[in-house]
Write a protein that binds this ligand. Sequence first.
Ligand SMILES: [Zn+2]
Length: 283
Amino acid sequence: MANGLAHVDVGDIRRFNWMRNEKNELICGIERHEDKFVRASEFSGSDIESYCEKMQISELVKKAINLSVRLNVAKPDEERRLLHKDVPEIYRRYNNVVWPQTGSGIIKHIQTNDSPKVEVCTAKHVVFNDDEAKKTRCRLYYDSREHRKVVLTGATESASDLNNDWCKFLCDVDSQEIEQIKENLETFERELGNKKRKKMNRKRKVILISHPHGGYKYISMGDQIIEKNGIKYDTPSCKGCSGGYIIPVGYIDKGTYVHNGSNYQGDKRLYGYASGLIPVVKN
Ligand SMILES: [Zn+2]
């Protein structure tokens, strides 16, 4: 094909360089996605060690990759229509977008009583309430053409925070997959524990693991740019990245941050911003 699409597979980010919407507008302001994102399946420590200097954060990123998911939310719930006008505008954008919507998330907890369930953290504007959680499917390991297909089926919302734009929901998972996920989570937490014990450099970097435009899983990296009022950064992001796991290097808290959105002035992106801290589950 003349435009080169034949050489690019469906989840590859280069596909979105020239993709247009029904009004023939480019769907994204990023010209060369491949310069901004590293595919998770091709991620090597060297991509990040030079970037994060002596912080040796790459193992943590590799562990987090195995827990990060792509979300597909079938349709918006009516409750969004009833939102008061004081509620952040991001929750009302459902109106002029095409459903199903994609987003990103990360597994940070497993529930083992009765039938095993995993708990996924994402942005509340991605999965708004219990009804939307039930209509959400998560793909784990959606990293490349050769990925292993594992689907987590949304069951119930477990907690959320409207002002801080985060949501946690439980998903049913094939019992054959739970042991692997449990192992992924244990190795991740061990690595996170190691990082917490290390004295961190003051220089703040922000790493995002997400599924830009609903494609494969990608890593993007940038600097924290504003210190006040939450975590803001120049780390690249696109549609579909909302809810993706944020690693704010240098102050890894016990809780979780996810990507929320970007602030623009006209066409110029000023910064991306994270959710408020999602607290740790108390066992
Ligand atoms: Zn994009």
